[in-house]
Write a protein that binds this ligand. Structure first.
Ligand SMILES: Nc1ncnc2c1ncn2[C@@H]1O[C@H](COP(=O)(O)OP(=O)(O)OP(=O)(O)O)[C@@H](O)[C@H]1O
Length: 225
């Protein structure tokens, strides 16, 4: 599904380059559920953002679904992202002024999906996530766990092939966190969604099929579960 070759990311620090990622080689296949772990500052979010094409590497080659991402123009990258990737954030990133229904519908509007089809798709996912009763509420009227469910529903509404999640349970209590991890497992096993999550939690990482440990911007180890 994706391949990174000798990917580096650095920031100029005075006259020197401060490397955040240093010559990363990584291949991820369709159907994997990968957890990226490592100490704070080791480059996990930077790696996830590069994989998701929200950030660009300083050096290296990157392929996604056979496309050479490093050669694509901004507009092409953005189209590739919109068609194939859903992103879930720790802080939910919902739009406060929109209802649950409208938040979930937004990616479909960006993709020019027609009104009737949008309605059917949103109704379907609200039902699946058991949040039909919340559809007219605003994010501030929901619990953290419910907000994250809406964030995941929004990330999934356009049926992405790849789901990226940066500390998806970071703001949740342990029961809510477990529910989200079980949902991820189901999405991975039953719907075939490839998942890559950044997590500090060894327990959450165990839900996946592979753990990648980052240290100082390098892959220190990679283990299949
Ligand atoms: N715009 C920037 N300019 C300079 N340094 C940056 C910039 N953005 C990120 N960094 C540095 O990159 C390093 C890696 O950041 P990153 O967020 O990827 O780490 P992380 O492993 O996800 O950490 P955490 O677990 O704390 O979220 C950090 O040392 C950070 O200070």
């Amino acid at each position: 599904m994706l391949s990174l070759k000798q990917i580096s990311k650095y920031y100029q620090n005075g006259g020197t380059k401060a490397y955040v990622l240093n010559k990363i080689d990584l291949d991820i296949d369709k159907g994997e559920f990968v957890s990226i772990m490592g100490p704070s500052g080791s480059g996990k979010s930077t790696l996830l953002n590069i994989i998701g094409m929200l950030d660009q590497p300083s050096e290296g080659y990157q392929y996604f679904l056979g496309e050479p991402v490093h050669q694509l123009k901004e507009k092409q990258r953005s189209a590739l992202y919109k068609q194939n990737i859903g992103f879930v954030f720790q802080a939910y990133h919902l739009i406060d002024e929109l209802t649950v229904y409208e938040n979930i519908e937004t990616p479909l509007i960006y993709q020019n999906v027609k009104g009737a089809e949008r309605k059917a798709l949103v109704a379907d996912i609200l039902d699946r996530f058991n949040i039909v009763g919340k559809k007219d509420l605003f994010p501030a009227q929901l619990s953290g766990g419910q907000q994250q469910l809406v964030g995941i529903a929004r990330a999934l509404i356009a049926k992405p092939k790849l789901l990226l999640a940066d500390e998806p349970t970071g703001n949740l209590n342990s029961k809510q966190g477990e529910e989200i991890m079980e949902l991820f497992c189901k999405l991975n096993k039953e719907d075939g969604v490839t998942i890559i999550q950044v997590t500090h939690s060894e327990k959450n990482a165990q839900y996946g099929t592979r753990i990648i440990n980052l240290l100082d911007g390098k892959i220190e180890s990679s283990s299949i579960l």
